[in-house]
Design a binder for this molecule. Structure first.
Ligand SMILES: [Zn+2]
Length: 196
């Protein structure tokens, strides 16, 4: 059985959107039993670091096939480099608060205490990704990722109209990607959908 969906963004020369054919197996772990279609949004965020951090988003509504165990990953956006950088900076700022009294236990107030406070904060900041990605956001039960298994990693638009010329999708499950490529030859040949 095949499933078709149509998304909201317009593809140049294709009024009504784009009909992708998604294989009906879990796009995260590859399971084929008890598959349900989960409403999800693929999001492509582009950051422009100047004059202030500015993000523009392209959202692609999609229904992703999932087994019961992977349902929660279908809408969990994978962190981008920029969001990680911002989060790391925030963690560093928060870590300063406990670091100041901790440093005070070892040195007298003064430049040495400020220096030690910074080092403790940096150490605490270095720990959080290990905890977060090593323990909490770890793929489980044969999952290929703890985050969204299909990602929108590129969007090329027409300069004047803003119409979408093509989208680039990335898959964490290699077998699923191969299956997707097999089922969408026309879109891939036309270059409207690209696969990473
Ligand atoms: Zn699954």
């Amino acid at each position: 059985m095949h499933f078709h969906f149509t998304h909201e963004i317009s593809i140049e020369g294709r009024p009504g959107g784009l009909a992708l054919e998604l294989p009906e197996s879990c796009c995260n772990c590859g399971a084929t039993e008890s598959i349900s279609w989960v409403d999800a949004r693929l999001v492509r965020t582009t950051f422009v670091p100047f004059p202030v951090v500015f993000g523009s988003e392209v959202t692609l509504p999609i229904r992703l096939p999932s087994c019961p165990r992977c349902t929660r990953t279908m809408n969990r956006l994978a962190p981008t480099l920029m969001s990680l950088a911002l989060l790391t900076f925030l963690v560093f700022l928060v870590a300063l608060f406990p670091s100041w009294p901790i440093a005070g236990m070892f040195v007298e107030t003064g430049p040495k205490r400020i220096e030690l406070t910074l080092w403790i904060s940096i150490s605490l900041t270095a720990l959080w990704p290990l905890l977060w990605y090593g323990a909490i956001r770890r793929p489980r039960n044969g999952q290929t990722t703890a985050f969204q298994p299909i990602r929108l990693v590129g969007v090329r638009r027409r300069w004047m109209s803003g119409d979408i010329r093509h989208v680039i999708l990335e898959f964490t499950n290699d077998a699923y990607r191969a299956n997707f490529v097999e089922r969408n030859p026309a879109l891939l040949r036309a270059g409207v959908v690209r696969v990473k």
